[in-house]
Design a protein around this ligand. Structure first.
Ligand code: ATP
Ligand code: MG
Length: 368
């Protein structure tokens, strides 16, 4: 199946496949699957310059800043894949780096509107530095114990413990990322308080104390800042003050206009390549206008976000922009792609209002 000479090579190809497919298996499972003993997956730590590690950076680091990079003889399955056109924002990167390099004491809470880049900065940081990432999304029904794992009865009548992501991160080290934490019940979250400083933690399902790995870090994200702000974020809870007191809280705004435009340019070139648009006759005619249009789309998104501050309006996020340009490049009109990517979720009066913002910024839409 694979053109490989040795078992070692075969194992490496398989391990890569596991990584790209974002397999759920943790390192021990992967090693077992590959016929390796856990210890054969050796980790080494190197220091490399921050500028070379986070190539696309909005503002370079001082030359002397080095970051620890973990390398594995077999790729660790929980390390996310690198997204090539990811633009690091230095101000956020500095905070994530501080969390990782300083001894664990507090967590990091990233708060900001949807699609501002909260989860992806953590994901791409781990991808570049080789830190395992255990991500999950909180909901109103997520309970403290669920985060550690699940128990299942077996045919033989015994109980089997299936380790959850939090348990694995605590035991093996890595970043545990709990997204949409403000959707969870404050009463459940407060039970996590001891995690921030304790050296060991009791896991009820296995009736055992587990040592907290020195490289364990806790990151939470939320569309609100724990104060229960409602707005478009239905279901956000007021989080317990004692719980919030365990975090550095960083506000993540949308990217700057310039960075967002660069992001759109890279999305365009990706789509052009992936879909072979250069060879497409009808695309060739509109090619010259694409980048100026992408830039206008960014203006529209920013104008919508500004009006969203005054009235309760779902914003057009980075993801929305990505969908919009994709639909446009693959054949829809500017207006139709705007609706498919974003406006069709709005009620009629709001939809009319955002279409008006669209036509103010891109007057040619009228004719489309
Ligand atoms: N700096 C960046 N460079 C390139 N792409 C980015 C950047 N930041 C975010 N993105 C992309 O924008 C999209 C939204 O980002 P992300 O999922 O991190 O947002 P979020 O703040 O976690 O949103 P939500 O609140 O909805 O969970 C993703 O597709 C992500 O890859
Ligand atoms: Mg997120």
């Amino acid at each position: 199946m694979f053109d490989t000479q040795t078992v070692e090579q075969f194992a490496q190809v398989l391990a890569k496949t596991l990584v790209t497919e974002q397999a759920k298996a943790n390192r021990a499972e992967a090693a077992k699957f590959l016929g390796y003993q856990g210890t054969s997956n050796k980790q080494t730590i190197e220091k490399v310059s921050a500028n070379s590690l986070f190539e696309i950076l909005d503002e370079p680091f001082n030359e002397s800043v080095n970051i620890k990079v973990r390398k594995w003889s077999l790729p660790h399955v929980a390390v996310p894949s690198i997204k090539e056109n990811y633009f690091f924002r230095k101000d956020l990167l500095v905070e994530v780096n501080a969390l990782v390099l300083q001894p664990r004491k507090y967590g990091l809470f990233l708060t900001g509107k949807k699609g501002t880049g909260k989860s992806s900065i953590i994901e791409q940081y781990c991808a570049r530095t080789g830190l395992p990432l255990y991500q999950e999304t909180g909901s109103s029904t997520t309970e403290y114990l669920d985060l550690f794992g699940t128990t299942l009865p077996t045919v033989s009548g015994s109980i089997k413990f299936l380790a959850g992501k939090l348990f694995t991160a605590i035991k093996e080290g890595g970043i545990y990322l709990l997204d949409e934490i403000d959707m969870m019940s404050a009463g459940e979250l407060v039970k996590l308080n001891e995690l921030f400083t304790a050296d060991k933690i009791y896991v009820p399902q296995i009736e055992e104390w587990v040592n907290v790995h020195k490289d364990f870090r806790f990151v939470a994200t939320g569309n609100t800042n724990g104060s229960g702000l409602s707005g478009s974020y239905v279901g956000a809870n007021v989080l317990n003050e004692a719980f919030m007191d365990r975090f550095y809280v960083i506000d993540v705004p949308y990217m700057t206009k310039e960075l967002e435009q660069k992001f759109m340019e890279s999305v365009v070139s990706d789509i052009e390549q992936k879909y072979g648009l250069a060879k497409n006759k009808s695309y060739q005619n509109k090619r010259a206008g694409v980048l100026p249009l992408a830039s206008q789309m960014v203006e529209v998104a920013r104008a919508i976000r500004t009006s969203a501050e005054q009235q309760d309006l779902p914003v057009l996020s980075l993801r929305g922009l990505e969908r919009w340009i994709f639909k446009y490049l693959t054949g829809k009109s500017i207006l139709d792609s705007f609706k498919i990517a974003y406006a069709n979720t709005l009620d009629e009066p709001t939809k009319e209002a955002v279409v008006e913002i669209l036509t103010t910024h891109i007057p040619t839409v009228q004719a489309a």
